[in-house]
Design a protein around this ligand. Sequence first.
Ligand code: FE2
Length: 181
Amino acid sequence: MTTRQVTKTHLTSFPAPAQLATVTDLTPQEAQAVTEAVNPLIADAFALYVKTKNFHWHLAGSHFRDYHLLFDEQAEAILASIDIMAERLRRIGGTTIRSISHIGQLQTIADDNDDFVPAGEMVKRLVEDNGHIAKMLRKAIEVCDRHRDSATSNALQEILDETERRKWFLFEVMQGVKNTD
Ligand SMILES: [Fe+2]
């Protein structure tokens, strides 16, 4: 394994190097606006994927099986959304996530490094994060619509629908959570 001595710390996603500048009928301004609206969503999807898996792995309590399975199902859907968003950006000549440190620069939801999180609190935190991401998605859809990128807008609309589905499930689960859970 080679060790790179210099890690690039400031990453830009637009304009792309010539070899990656996919031809598009969108103007550079339009493609840039969409790229800059969507990359933070991809970073957040990575962050939420890890957080949901973290909760899947570090769960305890009487609802273990239900929550363990629910979190896994949700993590899979979040993971699937990442490639869809990233490849939309490549289709319009934008570049996307390069690394874990790049994710760290762009994510807008907080990481969760607590030693122990009670199951009910996990559900609460995931409701909040999915809600935050839904809000971000809605804003990004507006950016796409304003900049003539209806294909990215459509992709984000589906991802918003899935995000709201996750939020709905978690919200209803939360109704049954007692302080002792
Ligand atoms: Fe698992």
